[in-house]
Write a protein that binds this ligand. Structure first.
Ligand SMILES: C[S@@+](CC[C@H](N)C(=O)[O-])C[C@H]1O[C@@H](n2cnc3c(N)ncnc32)[C@H](O)[C@@H]1O
Length: 371
C-alpha cells in the first residue's frame, strides 16, 4: 500500500488521495478497475445525486458497504450532514486508503470494516444503505433489506446494463430471475424496472415493501433509491405492482400487464410480441423528493428531466426506432411529437416520448410531421 503512488483531488467538499491514474494507464487508456483502489471520476454524478438524496432524508447513520476510496461516505458526512458513517470494503488496500482519507477530511464519527458486504450487512443496522458494487447489486439486495430494520432507504447502483437491457438473456435470468430475450426499443426503462422488480421480490422475502423514490439511467449505470417499510401487507402491495411488458417487433406497439397471457399477440397487427419480465410497473420517482433536491450542472439537468416525467405512464416510444419501422424518410423532432401527443420527454432517451395517447394517435402524430 505504501508503494501506491497517489494524487490529491477534490470532489464536492471532500479532499481525497486516490491512486495516480498515470501509473495505471496502458496505451494511453485508463480504466479505474486497473488501479489498486477504485475511484471513477465518471461516477461523480451518481455521488452528487446520492449526496443530495441523503441530505433530504437526513439519516443518522449511513452504511457505505462498498467504500473503495471512501469518497461517498466522506461526502455523506461533509455535505449531507450524516452524523455517523460505516465504511467497508473487502479489499485491504481500500481500507488503508479509506483511513487516510477519513483523517484528511476530519470525519468525526465513523466505523471502518474490512468485510464481505453481506457479512457486514448481517450484523450492522443502517437507516440508509449504499450498495455500489462492481456489476450487479443482486447478490446484496436481501442482506441490505435485513439491515434497514423497520424503515429505511437503500441506494442501489447496477452497471451490468447488458443483461438488464436484454443483450444477455441468460445472465438476466441468473441475476434478476427475469426473461429479457431481446433488446426492446425502450430497453433502458425495461432494465431499470427489471432491477426494481428484483428488489421488490427480495424485499418481500424479508416481509418488506418498497417505494422507489428516485430511479435513473446515466451513461453506463442505473441508480435506484427505494424507501423500505416492514410488513407483510406492504410486501404484498409491492408485489402487486409487478408485471410484464411486450413489444411488437413488426409495428412497434407496446403494452404492459400483470398477466403475460394478455401480451401474446399484438393488438394492432396480430404478430407475436417479445415479452420481458417480471418487472416493476409502479412509480419510478417521488416528485416531491425530486423537487427538494438542490443540484448543479449535469446532475441538475438529469434531475430536471426526471421531474418533468415523474407522472408520465410507464415505457416510452423511441422515435428513431418507430420511424425506421414505419420506413419514414426522417425522424421527427422529439419536441413536435411531445407537443402533438400532449406527452412527456424522458431522460432515458433523447429521442424518446411518453404519452397516454393510443398507439394509433402516436403514429398519426408522427406522420403529420414526416412522411
Ligand atoms: C465500484 S467500487 C465502489 C466505488 C465507491 N462506492 C465510489 O463511489 O467510489 C466497488 C468496491 O467494492 C469492493 N468490493 C467488491 N466486492 C465486495 C464485497 N463482496 N464486499 C465488500 N466490498 C466489495 C471493491 O474492492 C471495490 O472497492
Amino acid at each position: 500500500m505504501s508503494l501506491m503512488k497517489k494524487i490529491e483531488i477534490k470532489e464536492g467538499k471532500a479532499v481525497l488521495h486516490i491512486p495516480d491514474p498515470k501509473e495505471y494507464t496502458v496505451d494511453g487508456k485508463f480504466d479505474p478497475a486497473w488501479s489498486p483502489v477504485f475511484y471513477n471520476p465518471r461516477m461523480k454524478l451518481n455521488r452528487d445525486i446520492s449526496v443530495a438524496v441523503a441530505k433530504v432524508f437526513s439519516p443518522k447513520t449511513v452504511i457505505d458497504a462498498f467504500s473503495a476510496s471512501g469518497v461517498r461516505g466522506i461526502r455523506y458526512a461533509l455535505e449531507s450532514g450524516v452524523g455517523h458513517i460505516i465504511f467497508n470494503d473487502v479489499d485491504k488496500n481500500a481500507v488503508d486508503l479509506i483511513k487516510e482519507n477519513i483523517e484528511l477530511n476530519s470525519i468525526p464519527s465513523y466505523e471502518i470494516y474490512n468485510m464481505e458486504a453481506n457479512a457486514l450487512l448481517d450484523v450492522k443496522r443502517g437507516v440508509f444503505i449504499d450498495i455500489d458494487p462492481f456489476g450487479s447489486p443482486s447478490p446484496f439486495i436481501q442482506a441490505s433489506m435485513r439491515s434497514t430494520g423497520r424503515r429505511g432507504l437503500i441506494g442501489f447502483t447496477a452497471t451490468d446494463l447488458s443483461p438488464l437491457e436484454g443483450s444477455s438473456p441468460k445472465a438476466c435470468m441468473r441475476k434478476y430471475g427475469a426473461t429479457n430475450k431481446r433488446k426492446l426499443s425502450f430497453s433502458k426503462e425495461v432494465g431499470i424496472r427489471i432491477l426494481i422488480g428484483r428488489i421488490a421480490k427480495d424485499a418481500a422475502v424479508e416481509e418488506k415493501g418498497i417505494f422507489p423514490v428516485l430511479s435513473f439511467y446515466h451513461g453506463h449505470f442505473f441508480r435506484v433509491f427505494v424507501r423500505v417499510e416492514e410488513g407483510a401487507t406492504k410486501a404484498d402491495n409491492s408485489l402487486e405492482k409487478m408485471g410484464f411488458v411486450a413489444e411488437c417487433e413488426r409495428c412497434g406497439y407496446h403494452k404492459f400487464s400483470s398477466d403475460p397471457c394478455d401480451l401474446r399477440r399484438c393488438d394492432y397487427c396480430g404478430c407475436e410480441m417479445n415479452v420481458a419480465g417480471p418487472l416493476w410497473l409502479g412509480q419510478l420517482q417521488d416528485k416531491s423528493l425530486l423537487q427538494q433536491l438542490h443540484l448543479e450542472g449535469e446532475a441538475e439537468k438529469i434531475v430536471s428531466k426526471m421531474r418533468a416525467e415523474a407522472t408520465a405512464p410507464p415505457f416510452y416510444y423511441s422515435l428513431d426506432k418507430l420511424s425506421s419501422r414505419l420506413r419514414l424518410s426522417a425522424v421527427p423532432s422529439t419536441s413536435d411529437i411531445v407537443e402533438c401527443t400532449s406527452g412527456f420527454y424522458t431522460h432515458f432517451d433523447p429521442k424518446g416520448i411518453k404519452t397516454d395517447l393510443s398507439f394509433e394517435k402516436v403514429i398519426e402524430c408522427i406522420k403529420k410531421f414526416v412522411r
